[in-house]
Design a protein around this ligand. Sequence first.
Ligand SMILES: CC(=O)SCCNC(=O)CCNC(=O)[C@H](O)C(C)(C)COP(=O)(O)OP(=O)(O)OC[C@H]1O[C@@H](n2cnc3c(N)ncnc32)[C@H](O)[C@@H]1OP(=O)(O)O
Ligand SMILES: CC(C)C(=O)C(=O)O
Ligand SMILES: [Mg+2]
Length: 510
Amino acid sequence: MTRNIIVLDTTLRDGEQVPGAKMNVYQKLEFAQQLKRLHVDIIEAGFPASSAGDFHSVQQIARTVGDSVSITALARAVKADIDAVYESIKLAQDPFIHIVLGTSNVHVEKKFNRSKDAVLQMGVDAVKYAKTLLPQVQYSTEDASRSDFEYLWRTIEAVVKAGATIINIPDTVGYAVPEEFGELIRKINERLKNLNDKVVLSVHCHNDLGLATANTLSAIKNGADKIECTINGLGERAGNTSLEEVIMALKVRENFYQCSTRVETKELIRTARLLTYLTGLDVQVNKAITGDNAFAHSSGIHQDGLLKDRNVYEIMDPRDVGAESMELVLTARSGRHAFRHAVEKLGFETGDSEQFEALFQKFLALADLKKEVYDHDLFYLVNGEREQAASSAVLYELAAFHVVTGSVQPSATIELKRGEQSLKGSATGDGPVDAVYSAIKQLTGIHADLKHYKINSISRGQEAIGRVSIGLEANGKHYVGRAMDTDIVKASALAFLNGINAALLDREPQ
Ligand SMILES: CC(=O)SCCNC(=O)CCNC(=O)[C@H](O)C(C)(C)COP(=O)(O)OP(=O)(O)OC[C@H]1O[C@@H](n2cnc3c(N)ncnc32)[C@H](O)[C@@H]1OP(=O)(O)O
Ligand SMILES: CC(C)C(=O)C(=O)O
Ligand SMILES: [Mg+2]
């Protein structure tokens, strides 16, 4: 008999704590919809007390996917944080409040400068308060793996008696090693079952020593009922446990773990690609499950073996994680049937006939420029179109641009549209992109400092698409912008406008 493991995805909370991983509300909603398709049990949607923007995103996620996925969000052991969590998730069907509070000596003494008893009491009070709002409360003993065991247990016992229904044991700084972490979970599990066998035992591991997946699996083997993970292992510092790795380890080695999950593994690659697209954070090519080379075989002896029998060098079928064994190459000579087939094969809906036609025309324009359109390009084409439709509140649009560069001083002429209004202006700069950015700043009148600029080539072929990610500071806050185009100057202009629009929307909510 297999045991079901509850899967919580915290990409939108711990994952989003990563510099550069910030997403806007439309992007978070798109990702949450994909997590729903992936069949995770719980989405940790954010940290609503941290800003009005995060509160709004958590609320929108709870409203949009909270009918079929359990939703939680994080709070310190602070009343205002707990209130913010409750207010943002209360419309979901199965919401719960997640409270975190440190148990290690260094947290108690250095972070809080209080006695152990006083910190424990803070946790108990927080749980009692959260219970007045919702029946389900998760309590995380932050830095558990570096905590004195008897104090850790005393805390768990007290918060369970106060009403906590899930106890989450974090290896916050990735210090644990598998044998030791497994033993810790075994001991807690034994005592917890005697104390209250309805309480769910959960783990949350970080990857500072590259052991997050191993520690999570060891915890499962030793009785953990629930795991917290992120897609591509995104998360604070070296990241969190990678969801796809644990899920596939449980599936491929079911004979050893005798556990299963509800996760729809065929959605794994698509979820990982979507996250890369939304955050601009690429995955290393040799990353297990979601790296570009995870299912690529290059050496002759391996290829020979595979041709004789796939099992010689394959422990899982690439199709089980949503990887294509064969890619369809589309060109400008492809028709609507082939295009629809390719888009649907990637798992996207093609919309009504008007939406489909608009998408097809965009595809033709791209195919004319790029000659060959790969699955990867289609993925970005469809997502870009959706994101544009979702963010109809965008303030400025690029209507036209012209740049001059070479042995003269680079200059740019830009035409922007804002609703019915048309604005045109020119500027010079150190280079064409700098000139474009100066002209955009002049026209929008926004004081924005470019903090970082990154350009990558995505997809293959000579006419690959350039993806630009920028970070800018405006109104004392940091905003990100991303865009892609076969013309890198245009992609640069669009990414900058994206960031400017995010800053303006923050100042003038629509
Ligand atoms: C392990 C984790 O991943 S925990 C989650 C990490 N996530 C985040 O930090 C989310 C983003 N954070 C934020 O937006 C802000 O830090 C806020 C809104 C939470 C707090 O902002 P501020 O009030 O300005 O406080 P600041 O961040 O400077 O300091 C943290 C304060 O919270 C206290 N604190 C830290 N953890 C906890 C906790 N679990 N419970 C109660 N208080 C806590 C600290 O002791 C400090 O209080 P002090 O000012 O009395 O010393
Ligand atoms: C909030 C907790 C679970 C956390 O992220 C950690 O301890 O790493
Ligand atoms: Mg964490």
